[in-house]
Ligand binder design. Sequence first.
Ligand SMILES: CCCCCCCCCCCCC/C=C/C(=O)SCCNC(=O)CCNC(=O)[C@H](O)C(C)(C)COP(=O)(O)OP(=O)(O)OC[C@H]1O[C@@H](n2cnc3c(N)ncnc32)[C@H](O)[C@@H]1OP(=O)(O)O
Length: 242
Amino acid sequence: MASSEEDGTVEEKENNNKKRTKSALATAWLTFYNIAMTAGWLVLAMAMMRFYIQKGTHKGLYRSIARTLKFFQTFALVEVGHCAIGIVRTSVIVTGVQVCSRIFMVWFVTNGIRQIQNEESVILFLVVWTVTEITRYSYYTFNLLNHLPYFIKWARYNLFIVLYPLGVVGELLTIYAALPFVRRTGMYSMRLPNKYNVSFDYYYCLIIVMLSYIPLFPQLYFHMLRQRRRVLHGEVIVEKDD
Ligand SMILES: CCCCCCCCCCCCC/C=C/C(=O)SCCNC(=O)CCNC(=O)[C@H](O)C(C)(C)COP(=O)(O)OP(=O)(O)OC[C@H]1O[C@@H](n2cnc3c(N)ncnc32)[C@H](O)[C@@H]1OP(=O)(O)O
């Protein structure tokens, strides 16, 4: 009896040790990841400012930062993994929608359609994303290091109130600007008859994506408002599991 109790204690200790090692590893990885992402978005911010100061126009700005933007925005897919394996307490669905919509904007809209890269709306969402991500990743970094300046916490949970809708406006206007071009060229579309017997119209796909902002965006926005109340005002919020 005594020996089995001891075994239980040893097992518990081993489990606790494993958990501690796992959480130390997770914290180390998250710290590295957040520092890298803060640096990436800072590089983007500086590149955009330098371009605008040197050229005095936004025309050509997207092309000049496209590579860095594609890299760092695509890398954010890792965040869906963080939620899936449980190293951050965030919903896979909320993070998945956020990250996938950004990746879609970058790869399948702005990068894929050169003709819209100089639209003002592209600059609008780029500036908004950049400010958001510098604030967000530096918040996570300082939080993990237990040295969080209040102004970063404040910025993380207040700026989104204005930036989120502005970002959505920039994204929707950009997709809207792409529609005539997509319709004219039939890009990314498959018309019948073809050997796969499948038809796909990218033009209508873009319209569906635009419409999907109506149910999805409020959910992300209200999620952030709940996070704000929890972090800034200490409210206990029970969220449904995914
Ligand atoms: C295939 C095509 C699909 C198309 C679909 C189209 C529809 C799209 C509709 C929606 C459109 C959205 C468009 C987006 C536009 C913009 O982004 S505009 C810019 C403004 N945006 C924002 O301000 C939002 C930014 N986004 C986010 O903040 C996140 O993506 C989020 C998922 C919404 C954040 O949620 P969440 O993670 O739950 O909140 P937090 O409070 O930040 O974190 C919760 C806890 O998790 C910890 N944590 C999370 N990530 C990390 C990390 N990387 N490192 C360390 N810790 C992390 C965090 O600290 C919190 O911990 P606790 O406090 O202990 O709970």
